[in-house]
Write a protein that binds this ligand. Structure first.
Ligand SMILES: Cc1cc2nc3c(=O)[nH]c(=O)nc-3n(C[C@H](O)[C@H](O)[C@H](O)COP(=O)(O)O)c2cc1C
Length: 328
C-alpha cells in the first residue's frame, strides 16, 4: 500500500517549486532525497559542464538557487526552514538538508516572491528604455547582503563598457574552442526536441538588438537561425550588476546561488527581468581581471543585466518526480 503522509506531501510541494530555479544552460544539476518532510539537496555531478565549469562553481550556484527556492516554499507553507549544510568525501554531491521546522507565517514580501517562482524567466537581449523602480536596487542589495554576498551596481559607464568588452572576448574565445562548442551543442537542443532540460529555441531571440554597450549572448543557435522572432525595439543595456563573495569556496558558491534566486524573484515581483552573462567568469584569466579591476578584490560569481522587457520566453523542467527519490 502506498500511503503518502502529510509530511511527504509537504516535501512534494517544496520540490515542485525548487525545480523552477535557474541553472546554467538549464542543466538542472540537482537531485533531491526525501525523508518525511526533510529534503536533501544533492548536486548531480554528471550534469556539471566539464569544459565551461570544471570546478563546479556554476553547478553549485544553480543548486544554491534551488536551495533558496526550497526555503521560500517552506515559508509559503507557513513553516520555518532549517538548513544544515553537509559534506561527505564519500558523497561529493551532497549539499544540505532542508528540514521543515516550526510554524511561522510568511511575510507579505515572501508571499509575493513565492508567487514569482514559476513566472520568472531569463531574458536574452535588450531592454526597454525605462529606469528601474525607485529604491529597487537598494532593496536587491539588502536581499543579497542578507544571504552573505554583495550585489555591486556597475554605475561607471567605463566599467560597463569594459565588462561588455570582456564578455565579448570570452564569448569569442569559447566559440573557438571545439570542446566548448560541443558542450554547448549538447545543452542547446534542436527545435522540436522533447527534452526537458537545456536551452530550447523558444528561450532566446533569433536576432539581438545591439545595445550600447553590447553584452554578447551565448551562441545557443550555433548559426542555424533558430530562435524567437521579435519585432519590438528593446535596445537598452539595462543596469549591470555583479554578485561577489569575499572568498571563493563551495559555501560561497551556494551563498551566491541562494542570493541570486532571492534577487531574481524580488526583481520579478516588480516586473524586472534579468539577463545573465557569465561567459567571462568561465575563463580564469578574465575572471581574475574582473576581480581585480571591478570587484575590489572580491570574487565575481555572476554578471547580470536588469531591466524591463516584453518577450514571451519559454523554459522547460524535469518534473519533481524525475529528480527525487527517498534519501538513502
Ligand atoms: C550560474 C548560472 C549561469 C548562467 N549563465 C547564463 C549565460 O551566460 N547566458 C544565458 O543566456 N543564461 C545564463 N543562465 C540562465 C540559464 O540559462 C537559465 O536559468 C536556464 O536556461 C533556465 O531558464 P529560466 O531561467 O528562464 O527558467 C545562467 C544561469 C545560472 C544559474
Amino acid at each position: 500500500m502506498n500511503v503518502t503522509t502529510e509530511e511527504e506531501k509537504m516535501a512534494q510541494r517544496l520540490l515542485d517549486e525548487a525545480v523552477w530555479a535557474p541553472s546554467v544552460h538549464n542543466t538542472q544539476p540537482w537531485w533531491f532525497g526525501t525523508r518525511g518532510s526533510t529534503v536533501t539537496v544533492h548536486a548531480e555531478l554528471e550534469r556539471r559542464l566539464s569544459v565551461a565549469d570544471p570546478d563546479g562553481r556554476e553547478m553549485l550556484i544553480s543548486c544554491g538557487a534551488a536551495l533558496y527556492t526550497l526555503r521560500l516554499a517552506a515559508r509559503h507553507l507557513g513553516r520555518h526552514p532549517h538548513v544544515r549544510f553537509l559534506s561527505d568525501p564519500g558523497r561529493p554531491g551532497l549539499i544540505a538538508d532542508v528540514a521543515v521546522g516550526e510554524p511561522g507565517q510568511a511575510t507579505v514580501e515572501e508571499e509575493r516572491m513565492y508567487a514569482q517562482i514559476r513566472r520568472r524567466r531569463t531574458h536574452r537581449g535588450g531592454f526597454r528604455l525605462e529606469g528601474l523602480p525607485a529604491g529597487l536596487l537598494q532593496t536587491l542589495r539588502t536581499h543579497a547582503y542578507d544571504e552573505g554576498v554583495m550585489l555591486r551596481i556597475v554605475a561607471d559607464p567605463r566599467a560597463r563598457i569594459a565588462l561588455a568588452a570582456l564578455t565579448e572576448v570570452a564569448e569569442q574565445t569559447h566559440r573557438q574552442n571545439p570542446a566548448y562548442a560541443a558542450e554547448m551543442a549538447h545543452w542547446a537542443p534542436r527545435p522540436g526536441s522533447a527534452r526537458l532540460d537545456g536551452v530550447h529555441d523558444d528561450a532566446y531571440p533569433q536576432t539581438h538588438e545591439h545595445t550600447d554597450p553590447y553584452f554578447a549572448e551565448r551562441d545557443f543557435a550555433r548559426g542555424q537561425g533558430w530562435g524567437l522572432l521579435g519585432d519590438d525595439q528593446q535596445d537598452a543595456t539595462g543596469v549591470v550588476v555583479l554578485i561577489t563573495t569575499d572568498t571563493d569556496e563551495r559555501p560561497d558558491w551556494l551563498r551566491a546561488g541562494q542570493a541570486l534566486q532571492r534577487v531574481l524573484l524580488r526583481a520579478t515581483e516588480d516586473g524586472v527581468c534579468a539577463a545573465f552573462h557569465t561567459q567571462a567568469l568561465e575563463i580564469p584569466q578574465l575572471r581574475d581581471f574582473i576581480r581585480a579591476g571591478y570587484c575590489d578584490g572580491a570574487y565575481p560569481q555572476m554578471i547580470l543585466r536588469l531591466g524591463f522587457a516584453d518577450s514571451e520566453i519559454a523554459s522547460v523542467r524535469r518534473p519533481s518526480a524525475d529528480v527525487s527519490r527517498p534519501e538513502p
